[in-house]
Design a protein around this ligand. Structure first.
Ligand code: GLN
Length: 387
């Protein structure tokens, strides 16, 4: 047989999603792939239960009109600028498609794209699939801050776009207003685009605050704001995401999206409109729930004595596993799932640099699940000492 496409040669399957399969294989508490084990809001499920009242054929390729209208109203409220549902939104199958679609909208083969490392693993693959060459800019612990000089060199080196995950997965970093201004100034100076991934926009712990880079002066026309409903309404399996950008950008993004997937699931868009119309109290409640989970889980890790970086946003925590002396964090995670009974993602799948001493755990789980995971982690030293 003739050789298959070489496009994927540079990457493996997703390690995050592979670790879910590993967790299932060993019956481990799965704190690897980030998704909740609790139900979405009842109002959304009630709407979904009205099956015969829901649309069952294609919606308009760039999203059902009522979904876009509700989304535009909601995002305008939080982003701080008007969003035109007719010309500035494309609804996608999750932010995974939104990001891929944004990359294909912006990049020609051979273009360069800047990425902060650590980064959510899809971005590397997105760059390769769209023919773009990634340039990595390290975020340095403990605050995961970047050197503006390094970012500037990426733009000088030809980066046409920067991918900005804020709040960041896996670091839990929430970029400050000052950092975002530095990024915006450079993007404007070098006439570059910014492609955001803001799926954790509503999970930002006090006193930190989320700023949408698109809302900064000069950024509206050069930002492709990607996000999704997955984390905000606990519906990761519904695959509802979107890009918000200026009409000229959306016009191109809609063509890419149309030929990639035609459209997001029509009945799910209809049911999700209920969520998009929730009042502020829903988002306050969501944050309260996640703040409690964070405090519970991080408090447990502290008691066990596992060192970690405290997340400012999102629902991940990077835990330092140096004391266990593993050369391979992947092997560590396999042993953790098999012998301790907790699923985690090896940190190396997020870093460009050769980082092998971190694992990522997430706490988007019920208190019972988190307590179960903590009780298993309590025995981690005992289990690993019997190597
Ligand atoms: N964002 C989630 C994570 O990082 C999972 C997303 C996915 O697998 N599509 O774990």
């Amino acid at each position: 047989m003739r050789e298959l496409s070489r496009r994927t040669a540079g990457f493996t399957d997703s390690v995050i999603r592979r670790m879910t399969r590993v967790s299932q294989q060993y019956g481990a508490v799965n704190l690897s792939q980030g998704f909740p084990d609790f139900d979405p809001p009842k109002e959304i499920l009630d709407k979904l239960a009205e099956v015969s009242g829901l649309p069952h054929q294609y919606s308009i390729t760039w999203g059902a009109a009522n979904f876009r209208e509700a989304l535009a109203r909601k995002q305008a409220r939080y982003m701080g600028f008007p969003v035109d549902p007719e010309r500035e939104i494309v609804v996608t199958c999750g932010s995974t498609e939104a990001m891929m679609c944004a990359m294909l909208t912006v990049c020609n083969p051979g273009d360069r794209v800047a990425l902060f490392s650590p980064f959510y693993e899809n971005y590397g693959a997105d760059a390769v699939l769209s023919g773009a060459e990634p340039i990595y800019i390290p975020l340095r612990p403990p605050l995961f801050s970047f050197d503006p000089g390094e970012l500037e060199r990426a733009f000088q080196g030809g980066a046409k776009a920067l991918i900005l995950c804020n709040p960041s997965n896996p670091a839990g970093k929430v970029f400050t207003g000052e950092e975002l201004k530095q990024i915006a100034d450079l993007a404007i100076k070098y006439d570059a685009y910014v492609i955001t991934d803001e799926v954790y926009e509503h999970i930002v712990y006090a006193p930190h605050k989320h700023t949408y880079i698109a809302s900064l002066p000069g950024m509206r026309g050069r930002t492709l704001s990607c996000s999704s409903l997955s984390k905000t309404y606990s519906i990761t399996g519904w695959r509802l995401g979107y890009i918000i950008a200026a009409p000229e950008i959306i016009e191109t993004a809609r063509k890419v999206h149309d030929f990639l997937t035609v459209g997001a699931a029509a009945p799910l868009q209809e049911a999700a409109v209920v969520g998009l119309n929730f009042p502020q109290s829903y988002y306050d409640g969501l944050l309260e729930i996640y703040t409690k989970k964070r405090d519970l889980f991080l408090g447990g890790l502290k008691t066990i004595g596992l060192p970690f970086t405290e997340p400012q946003g999102a629902y991940y925590v990077l835990v330092d596993i140096s004391e266990f002396g593993y050369a391979s964090d992947l092997e560590f995670c396999e042993h953790l799932a098999k012998r301790v009974g907790v699923g985690a993602v090896p940190g190396s799948s997020f870093f460009r640099e050769p980082v092998k001493h971190l694992i990522r755990l997430h706490f988007a789980k019920s208190e019972d699940t988190l307590n179960l995971a903590l009780s298993k982690l309590q025995k981690i030293r005992e289990v690993f000492s019997k190597k």
